[in-house]
Design a protein around this ligand. Sequence first.
Ligand code: C2E
Ligand code: CA
Ligand code: CA
Length: 363
Amino acid sequence: IVSCRLDHDSAHELADRIRQTFYRPFELGAGEVFVTVSIGIAMTDHQGSTGASVLIQEADTAMYRSKAAGRNMVTMFDHSMRESIARRVELERMLRRALEHGDIQAWYQPIVSITSGRVKGFEALARWEVDGWMISPAEFIPVAEESGLIIPLGNHVLDEACRHLAWLRRNLADTQDLYMSVNLSPRQLWAGDIVETVVDALRRYELPGETLSLEITEGAMMDDSVATIAAMTALRSLGVRLTVDDFGTGYSSLSYLKRFPVSMVKIDKSFVDGLGQHESDSSIVAAIVAMSSALGLDLVAEGVETMEQARHLVALGCDQVQGYLYGPAAPSTVVPELLMPMALGDTEWAARGRRCGTTSRRR
Ligand code: C2E
Ligand code: CA
Ligand code: CA
């Protein structure tokens, strides 16, 4: 945070100069590292009528606008953003209460083998219903991340997901090989007690480590501190799978695949979208398939919405898929139905996708 006496134009100019300073790479032991900065500016009048804490909050909001607009940008706070601050503060208050009252649920999206038609596992996704309306994770997860509430939220989803998987294993046939994939925020990874939390959850529900996968984005893997690598290695030694989420969207450096004991990658939806339409997306997916196979990593493609995409994925050698074609995330009560064997005709998949769709509305 830089505070200075400047007019509007010179504040912008200064921020731009700061941003451009970061164009040069940093020389670190591991090689050259490129970073970008996202800057937010807030201003007060000569009397300083906006207090310091409000100014910081306004600059913070403008900075998040820079991040949301693609990073590496300068944004000046304007009063239309005030409403979004009020909404964020209100959401944080509501989220805190929802967590205390157990109102956040885990819903489950199937991960399917295209060739066998069998459900291999589920991704647990946080869902929050308020007065009959679903608040989108795209709205509340960033608030949870910023406020630190992502730690209790993530732990709650982990606990629910393990509890539900244990229930499925106890009550339904052919469920011993199912795995549960849970999203892990970088904050949880850096909190220092993630290994204990996971060990506790596995013990509580008597689950083998192999039945749990933790999804981590490439960004979180950029932190290769001794503590992070040690935590990930300890989790892996429990048999827990570590999955790189949104693969291909973060950093082009793949060296983390060597440093971290990763077991699975998830091809991001943005590459799946263009299959059959853009040659470059097929080439990227083919390259990811080849890389995963060379490194002995499992592979899942996410965001599969059409039969055409599914056919391309099979042709390119990617078998595990997840997406609306096979069904969106559904509440735990629907999961046993999703496990029923099912023929693989186009219409049946589509019908199943519709059936396990939810009736809840989204705000
Ligand atoms: P993600 O981990 O990449 O999860 C996949 C998102 O894509 C989910 O959105 C899912 O509903 C959606 N999706 C799945 N198939 C399709 C498809 O065929 N088409 C389209 N358009 N979308 C599809 P959702 O549930 O809204 O979650 C958004 C993001 O919020 C997640 O992205 C994840 O980053 C975060 N999130 C959700 N639950 C948790 C959680 O428990 N912990 C943490 N740390 N993050 C979570
Ligand atoms: Ca995920
Ligand atoms: Ca993802």
